[in-house]
Design a protein around this ligand. Sequence first.
Ligand SMILES: Cc1cc2nc3c(=O)[nH]c(=O)nc-3n(C[C@H](O)[C@H](O)[C@H](O)COP(=O)(O)OP(=O)(O)OC[C@H]3O[C@@H](n4cnc5c(N)ncnc54)[C@H](O)[C@@H]3O)c2cc1C
Length: 461
Amino acid sequence: MKTDVLIVGGGPGGAAAAMFLAREGIKPVIVEAETFPRYHIGESMTGAGGKVLRDLGLAEEMYRRKYPTKQGVKVYGQSTAGSWFVPVTGRDENWNIFEWDTWQVRRSDFDKMMLDEAVSRGATLVHGTAVKPLLKGDGSVGGAQVRMADSDKVQEIESEVLLDCSGQATWLANRGGVTGPKYLGAYDKQIAIFSQVVDTIRDNGGTRETNKDNAVIFYQKKFHWGWFIPLDDQVVSVGIVCPSAYFLEKKESIRDFYIRELRELHPELSRRIPEIKLVEDVHVIPNYSYQVNGFCGKGFICIGDAHRFIDPIFSFGLTVTMREGQFVAPIVRAYLGGANRDKANPFAEHQLFCETGIDVLEDVLDSFWEHPLSFAHCVYSRYTEYMTDMFAGRIYGHERQPTPALHSFRKLLKREGERERSYETADQYSIPIGSRYHPERAAIWEVNSPVETTEKWLGPR
Ligand SMILES: Cc1cc2nc3c(=O)[nH]c(=O)nc-3n(C[C@H](O)[C@H](O)[C@H](O)COP(=O)(O)OP(=O)(O)OC[C@H]3O[C@@H](n4cnc5c(N)ncnc54)[C@H](O)[C@@H]3O)c2cc1C
């Protein structure tokens, strides 16, 4: 089988990429290992994430499916007395800010909708697992070997460009030798434990700030927090995130740990869940923070979680992966038309563009953890509008980044200056940011896939 573009992974990143490629007149092949619908974490969207769906013409469908409408996120500090709110916003063509809605999504349903939509717009779905990249004589990627789900036979699918949208499986990076190395991120020693509950107490509506479908975050102390994300009128996704060492210290089963934390993490969280009634298994993901260097090259581009994930706290994952799927479409069209074919890395510019965008997120997240009070002050009064931009996922150069708010964070983090110097050329961009700014990580560790790590960590379950 031959195709111009092969997409490994039919999650939101792969499906969005396929739909934007279809607009460019390119009909890709998507290889997806799982049968949808399937459970997945990552349910809350930012303003820019919602905009991608609007750009795809899917807003009406999102409302028709009655996905909860998110108008902002409320963050409770250590006591119930202190909370701050960030509204969901958009920017018009004159860069005027306006209040907007985005969505919370049950991923089993949303991911299926996205994949079905990609297929209805011209993508071909192959049910199977990509096992090995096909490498050409010059080292470029020329497709993949795929183990077909129905026959268990391995078939070769040749491509001009392969988009790795495999999420935390980081398929290409784990094959070795194609991308650069994969490094531990700054938040790799964290663990997330989550499920879904019913019969909760929600905010009572009336204002955007008290909208019953907003996301709520509960900060207990550094690196220890919880989320509350409504998935429909009944069900709420609730997650606990903490240092892995704390989880191990407790010597509890994952379920017992989760239930006790729902009671103890934060008074505002326990108030919202008077009686704990789970309607989903308790899931766990440790060590989710990593970064892949050299994630674009001859014949391949990694998208979203397939090359970098920092920390889930402010829900940037879907935004980044779907936006990268959007950015990549015209670049792939130009490449198929002959652009940059002679370059060592035809997608170097795109790589740098994506990396500098996610670096903005890394600075925001690090500032939140390292300087929570200054961070809250910036949200509240000093840089409110710039902060809503960052929370909305407007993190790229053409979105007026770095803003004065970001400069001030970089000063606080003692990162001002160095970062700009390191970006003089794409080639100089080689050191993972998480490692550069966390001196204790100076010895850089390469990691295996999170799945392997999970098993190593928790033993057979
Ligand atoms: C604890 C936690 C909470 C999070 N909360 C949020 C949140 O609230 N909001 C948010 O926006 N993001 C959140 N995220 C991040 C979010 O889950 C991801 O960013 C998002 O799912 C990435 O989408 P994707 O399409 O890139 O990858 P995925 O959604 O992971 O999809 C990848 C697909 O690739 C398939 N695949 C993998 N390997 C292969 C292979 N070899 N062959 C074929 N198919 C393959 C998989 O089956 C899967 O369907 C959270 C992450 C974590 C860890």
